[in-house]
Design a protein around this ligand. Structure first.
Ligand code: ATP
Ligand code: MG
Length: 286
């Protein structure tokens, strides 16, 4: 049997006055094509919405898996580190030089692995939306000064100059202090990692009309243009790092960006190979 095609007709009534007489005008229009297009758009929108829902659910599941998995990895890793330290205790008898070296290698690799696991755990927690912001009215100038003081030993040991250019008085911003500390520490760690002895890192804080601008500038080796968007994505590192010894997991800036986004702020980067890097973070004043 032939399929019966559905058609849509639009009937319109109107009246016109012609030659002193009122006339009724009846028009019939085939709007099947328009109706089909509308239905097609509705179907596509529904499909799109379902795909977005599925992608979001998959992303949440991935972040949750990573968060749980890394948490589980930390327990045996801490125990291994504890036993490595225990082996070095004189009460257990003395170790030969070669044995002490081997235990030290286990310890330092274990610590490196623990740091990576902690970074992954931290990132997946922020991604899974598990860390709500704990906002308070805080003095950003004081907070950044403390971060810089706490970082002096790193730059001193690397013979890098660490300068601060902060407002003389307090600068109040509504933010999550622990998270902002994490942002500053990550930027300082990166700057120190990519700057050679004799170089300089300068941290500045400026008050704009709507935002406070936090700037971390270094005189290190910088990055080519092609890396400048990519490095804010998780596990991404600059191509210039491929020739160097990799120290991190490539998660620090992804965490920084996530925290800045959660504060409705922004982050920008100015850099070129051999010309250092300037990371600027804007946080809304109100
Ligand atoms: N100040 C900088 N100068 C030059 N390159 C930088 C600088 N900061 C970041 N980068 C580049 O961006 C990459 C990503 O930085 P990110 O902090 O996300 O990861 P990481 O430092 O490699 O590892 P992690 O922070 O997880 O320990 C770095 O690997 C490096 O290539
Ligand atoms: Mg880093």
């Amino acid at each position: 049997m032939d399929r019966i095609e559905e058609i849509f007709l639009e009937l319109q009534f109107s009246s016109i006055r012609f030659a002193e007489e009122e006339h009724l005008v009846l028009s019939l229009r085939d709007i099947t094509e328009r109706k089909r297009n509308e239905q097609e758009i509705r179907n596509q929108n529904e499909l799109l919405r379902l795909s977005v829902d599925q992608a979001e659910a998959a992303s949440r599941a991935k972040s949750l898996f990573l968060a749980n998995m890394t948490h589980e990895l930390k327990t045996p890793l801490n125990s291994m580190l504890g036993y490595a330290q225990y082996l070095k205790m004189p009460q257990l008898g003395s170790l030969s030089h070669r044995q002490t070296d081997a235990v030290s290698s286990i310890e330092s690799s274990g610590r490196h692995l623990l740091k990576l696991v902690e970074q992954i755990l931290e990132y997946s927690r922020t991604e899974a939306g598990r860390i709500p912001l704990d906002r308070t009215d805080c003095d950003l100038a004081g907070l950044i000064h403390e971060c810089i003081q706490g970082f002096q030993h790193v730059t001193r040991s690397k013979e890098i100059e660490l300068l601060e250019n902060l407002p003389a008085g307090p600068l109040h911003v509504n933010c999550d202090q622990t998270r902002i500390r994490q942002v500053v520490d990550n930027l300082l760690t990166n700057a120190a990692r990519h700057t050679d002895a004799g170089g300089r890192i300068e941290v500045s804080l400026l008050e704009g009309a709507e935002n406070v601008l936090l700037r971390v500038a270094d005189t290190g080796h910088g990055m080519p243009a092609e890396d400048q968007e990519r490095i804010f994505e998780p596990f991404e590192q600059s191509v210039s790092d491929r020739t160097r010894k990799r120290e991190g997991a490539g998660l620090g800036l992804a965490i920084v960006k996530r925290i800045v986004d959660m504060h409705q702020g922004f982050i920008t980067l100015q850099t070129a190979p051999g010309e250092g890097a300037i990371f600027t973070i804007g946080l809304p004043l109100r």
